[in-house]
Design a protein around this ligand. Structure first.
Ligand SMILES: Nc1ncnc2c1ncn2[C@@H]1O[C@H](COP(=O)(O)OP(=O)(O)OP(=O)(O)O)[C@@H](O)[C@H]1O
Ligand SMILES: [Mg+2]
Length: 174
């Protein structure tokens, strides 16, 4: 008897959305947040003003965070406390790597340790500056301005996955 296992490794596309106001981006963040669990990492990519922090505001609204959510550009890491739908306490780290200039600075802020923290949800703006310190499994959210209108954004959500069992067949050799 042997098992035939086919493996796939891919970024799983969860959807591309168009929002036409900051409120719609906040709402999308709120809807997305329902799938988040403690330990998850969300990498946010996009130019200045593309909507990353608005989306984070939506995630924090879902978790009933009462602190003011703003871009942690000067502090690098903000910590918020909230709760999930079952009223379990949730800690969220909101990280902005825009000002990071070297791997040494990443080390100084303790990004790798923070990203591995199993009980908190980590939301990382300018994640391209994380320079390989993100865990293999994480959500990626890409924000793009649209030529259509100054308030329109295209937001693509995906999840980077480990090789996964796609199909499994058991065959009995006679
Ligand atoms: N559809 C939209 N979604 C999100 N924000 C929008 C939208 N339309 C207009 N805006 C405006 O764009 C700005 C987005 O700002 P935000 O702080 O979220 O950007 P950011 O990607 O976090 O930038 P930074 O890299 O500077 O932190 C806000 O001023 C918001 O009002
Ligand atoms: Mg921001």
């Amino acid at each position: 008897m042997f098992a035939l296992v086919q493996q796939i490794s891919a970024a799983m596309e969860l959807g591309t959305y168009t929002t036409r106001s900051e409120e719609e981006t906040i709402e999308l963040g709120k809807q997305f947040a329902a799938r988040l669990k403690p330990g998850d990492v969300v990498a946010l990519y996009g130019d200045l003003g593309a909507g990353k922090t608005e989306f984070v505001k939506g995630i924090c609204a879902y978790f009933h965070v009462s602190q003011i959510v703003s871009s942690p550009t000067f502090t690098i890491i903000n910590r918020y406390e909230g709760e999930d739908a079952a009223h379990h306490h949730v800690t969220l780290y909101h990280i902005d790597l825009y000002r990071i200039k070297s791997p040494k600075e990443l080390e100084e802020i303790g990004l790798a340790e923070c990203a591995e923290e199993g009980t908190a949800i980590k939301l990382i703006e300018w994640a391209e500056k994380a320079n390989g310190t993100l865990p293999k499994h994480h959500y990626s959210i890409h924000f793009e301005f649209s030529p259509e209108d100054i308030n329109t954004r295209r937001i693509r959500i995906s999840y980077d996955e480990e090789p996964q069992v796609e199909s499994e067949e058991e065959k009995i050799l006679v």
